[in-house]
Design a protein around this ligand. Structure first.
Ligand code: NAD
Length: 330
């Protein structure tokens, strides 16, 4: 048997199959090992002669990275790279790559599913009909979608996809995104207060960071003049959950559709679990058979690109240029 030129280790992965990764690395004659390791010592033992890593949740701190002398690239299954010590990777010449856009369509469609379910009250009626209540009047009022105002907080890849699709329902789209200079001409860029004040539906699509944690709190709920529906498929902590519960109880908003919560899974006593005008899904927006398969294929391609002397499609630490361990034209 001929010796394989490179070795790639999957530190961990809960996807149930590694078919896409095998396809990619078999083609280039690279050895692929599914390790499923968590503890630092184990990670070092299994990965010390690896040329590249695929990583899901296993932590890769500086001490681990310093003990992987051959590692040229780490590719994360997903967008966030908080499992990897980025600065250490850069210092050591290791390229870190991610897959930022494998589920834009899924999250946008899930957002729209939550908007439609809440505004047409389909989940509410479904429960009532199954309890033998066949009466549309228990769900009134329901408003026409056309002509309503959809306010987006954050309008990057997912927000824009939601905007485009929702525009076909005849809604007016307004956006608060402090980093956008301009956008499509049919989208109005506004300040946060205007979005809170004018929207019938508010949907959150910004990242969670120190400036967006609890961006929607008690003060912001007070500014929502139109008793909007609030949708969050981004990250739970962007909304102050205590203030949200308060706003729902006080009728400041008319409902909430949440795929993400401050604490996942929620405590059984969380009041959101028993509110009729709240729909909850278990952080599932990203998922479809196709999105996972794309995620895995593209994470593997990131690694194989580097091993073949090319930059991967999405580099998280571009500062590594000029000092990479890989043989890539700079
Ligand atoms: P993106 O980077 O393309 O867009 C994010 C937008 O938010 C950018 O336009 C940015 O300018 C804007 N923004 C940043 N700070 C802001 C602030 N303080 N106020 C308002 N806007 C701000 O990201 P994306 O691919 O559209 O993803 C958006 C978010 O969706 C991600 O950060 C992630 O948290 C979430 N997400 C959730 C799931 C899920 O399964 N529920 C899956 C994928 C992504």
């Amino acid at each position: 048997m001929t010796e394989k030129r490179f070795k790639v280790v999957i530190t961990d992965c809960d996807h149930g199959t590694i078919k896409e990764e095998e396809n990619e690395f078999n083609r280039m004659g690279t050895e692929l090992v599914l390790a499923q390791v968590k503890e630092e010592e184990e990670v070092i033992r299994v990965c010390k002669d690896a040329d590249g890593l695929l990583n899901q949740y296993t932590l890769l701190p500086r001490r681990v990275l310093e003990n992987l002398p051959k590692c040229k690239v780490i590719s994360r299954y997903g967008v966030g790279v908080d499992s990897i010590d980025l600065r250490a990777a850069t210092d050591l010449g290791i390229i870190v790559a991610n897959v930022p856009d494998y589920c834009v369509e899924e999250v946008a469609n899930h957002t729209i599913a939550l908007i439609l379910t809440l505004s047409r009250k389909t989940a509410f009626f479904d429960q009532k009909v199954k309890l033998n209540q066949w009466d549309f009047r228990i769900g009134i009022p329901i408003y026409r979608m056309g002509g309503r105002t959809l306010g987006l907080i954050g309008c990057g890849r997912i927000g824009m996809e939601v905007a485009k699709k929702m525009a076909s329902f005849g809604v007016k789209v307004i956006v608060f995104d402090p980093y956008l200079q301009k956008t499509e001409e049919w989208i109005e860029l506004e300040d946060l207060d205007t979005v809170l004040k004018q929207s019938d539906i508010i949907s959150i699509h910004c990242p969670l960071n120190e400036s967006t944690r609890h961006l929607i709190g008690e003060k912001e709920f007070q500014k929502m003049e139109k008793r909007p529906l609030l949708i969050n498929t981004s990250r739970g902590a962007i909304i102050d959950e205590r203030a949200l519960i308060h706003a729902l109880k006080g009728g400041l908003i008319s409902g909430a559709g949440l795929d993400v919560l401050e604490k996942e899974p929620p405590d059984p006593a969380n009041p959101l679990l028993t509110m009729e005008n709240v729909i909850l899904t278990p952080h599932v927006s990203f998922y479809s058979v196709e999105s996972i398969s794309e995620l895995k294929r593209r994470a593997a391609e990131n690694v194989s690109s580097v091993l073949q002397g090319k930059w991967p499609r999405s580099v998280v630490n571009p500062q590594v240029k000029g000092k990479t361990r890989a043989t890539i034209p700079e």
